[in-house]
Structure formats: C-alpha cells, structure tokens
Design a binder for this molecule. Structure first.
Ligand SMILES: C[S@@+](CC[C@H](N)C(=O)[O-])C[C@H]1O[C@@H](n2cnc3c(N)ncnc32)[C@H](O)[C@@H]1O
Length: 281
C-alpha cells in the first residue's frame, strides 16, 4: 500500500467514530449544496413518482439508478443522493469509515442491496482490478461520486480513470473537492509540510483535543494524508478528459461558505468547494 494510502487508512480509522458529529455543520452545508445541483449533475435520477410504487416483479422501481460512492467515508454523498437512486455502493480504504457507513445505513432501515460499503482501493497502479471489487455489483454504475477524497490520493488522475472504468457508457463521474488554495499556515508559521507529500491543509480533520499541543499533532497527522492543495477548473477538465469522462464536462463552484475546521485556527476557515461532472462516452 502506498505510504499516503496507509496514512489515510490509519488517520480515518481514528476519526471514524467522531467524524459525523465533528463535521455536522459542514456535512449539512455540503448536502444542501449538492441537492440544489441535481440538474447540474445531470443524472437521470429516480423521480419521486417512481419511488415506492411496486412493480410487477415485486421491486419498487421501474428502473435502476446505481451510485458508486468512492472514498465514501461515513456516507455524506450516498446519504444526500440516496433518495434519487436505487442503490448506493460505498468503497473506502478505512475499515472504520466503512463500519460507520454501514451502521448508519442499517439504522436507517436500508438493506445491503440499497446501501452498503466495503473496504477497497482502486488507486493501486499495479492492481487495476482489485479482487475485493471484482463482483458485478462493483461495475456498470450510472454515477460514480467522489466527495472530498480526490486531494488525498497519490495519483488523482489514475483514480478518476479507474472510476470511469466502472461506469456504464453514458454514466456520470462527479467529483466534489476544494478549489486550488494556499496551504494553511500553522501557529508556528510553518505551512504544515514536513514530509514531502504532506500539505498543511488538514481541512476537516484538525482538532485533536482541547490542548494546543494535541491540536497541532492532529493537524500534522491530517496534513500528511493530503497530496494536493485543491484543483483548478482546467486541471479537472484535463483529468476528466484523460479519464474518458470529458463529454459534457462542467465545473461549478458551490460557494465559499463551507466551513472546515483545522488546527491552525480556533473557529475553522472557509474553503471554496467545487462540483465537477462529465460523462463516459
Ligand atoms: C475527507 S474524507 C471524505 C469522506 C466522504 N466522502 C465525505 O465526503 O464525508 C476522505 C476519505 O477518503 C478515504 N480515502 C483516502 N484514500 C483512499 C483510497 N486510496 N481509496 C479509497 N478511499 C480513500 C479516507 O479513508 C476517507 O474516508
């Protein structure tokens, strides 16, 4: 496993049980911003009138809309879009995050067929088709989403390509991430780098405890899970095109009001977030 992937796994395993409560406000803001952009995302979502009406074969939908939530974490993207889909399949490198994703789905009364996550990694260069993700359930998606995971990957363009491989023709790749930003300057004046790949960014994972020392340590750990200080529209366009999802590419900022707490300030900072979408030809 690449060093940055292992750092992510262990960091998010530690974060998993507190993630949803710690970032409740951010999750709510992002969920609302996503739901305002269902038309922009451009998937042929399941409409309200299709939902719940029993079909001849005993199913409750006339057609399927299947969503792959990669780097799903505790399930922000799945939960936002579940009402407009028939199946959400989560994949994440962290067992802890996957555990919370599945426990939440179960608590909501959803079956494994409706919403379930597994541990997996499609970003390993030498393993284009990981055994854990080889079943038909992990292919032919109508939409593949990636929420705030892209800047954590060693090779984001490779990740995009691997996700497009799992879309049906015409399926939509949707990426939510940060617009290019400066590294956050820590209290001691450093930008949180330190080990080459780590960028003092720790957007949403910074607070480790009440003491400054604990916060700095957590901030450092979080910073080392990050590989990119966000992405520009032209970078994303190039990545979508190279991945085979350049058709109908569109990029939209979701506003700068999304609050992310981190170790360098008491109250968190605001970060510009984008949604980028494109279709597999
Ligand atoms: C900031 S969290 C975002 C989680 C969720 N999508 C959300 O929007 O709340 C980033 C997630 O990426 C996952 N991750 C990092 N590297 C990964 C990889 N190579 N493959 C799969 N998941 C990865 C982490 O475990 C973590 O759950």
């Amino acid at each position: 496993m690449a060093e940055v992937t292992e750092l992510n796994r262990s960091h998010f395993n530690n974060e998993a049980s507190n993630y949803d409560s710690k970032f409740q406000k951010t999750i709510q803001q992002l969920t609302e911003a996503i739901l305002e952009r269902l038309d922009f995302i451009g998937v042929d979502w399941v409409a309200d009138e299709e939902d719940g009406s029993e079909q001849g074969d005993g199913s409750t939908h006339a057609r399927e809309v299947r969503l792959l939530d990669y780097a799903c974490g505790t399930g922000l993207m799945s939960r936002a879009l579940a009402p407009y889909t028939t199946q959400c399949v989560g994949v994440d490198i962290s067992e802890g995050m996957v555990g919370v994703y599945n426990a939440t789905a179960q608590n909501q009364g959803l079956s494994e067929d409706e919403m379930h996550a597994v541990v997996g990694d499609v970003t390993v260069p030498e393993d284009p088709s990981p055994a854990a993700l080889s079943a038909p359930r992990f292919f032919n998606f109508d939409v593949a989403v990636l929420g705030l995971g892209f800047h954590h990957f060693a090779d984001p363009p490779l990740a995009a390509k691997r996700l497009v491989e799992r879309l049906r023709p015409g399926g939509v790749l949707l990426i939510l991430d940060f617009v290019t930003h400066e590294p956050i300057v820590k209290r001691d004046g450093h930008d949180g780098h330190g080990h080459g790949h780590g960028h003092g960014h720790g957007h949403s994972h910074g607070h480790g405890g009440d003491k400054d020392e604990g916060k700095d340590k957590a901030f450092h750990n979080a910073a080392h899970t990050v590989t990119h200080h966000g992405f520009s529209e032209s970078q994303m366009k190039g990545i979508f095109e190279a991945a085979g999802a350049g058709r109908g590419f569109a990029f939209q900022e979701m506003g700068s009001g999304v609050v992310f707490t981190h170790g360098s300030t008491k109250d968190g900072s605001k970060r510009r977030v984008f949604l980028a979408r494109g279709e597999k030809a």
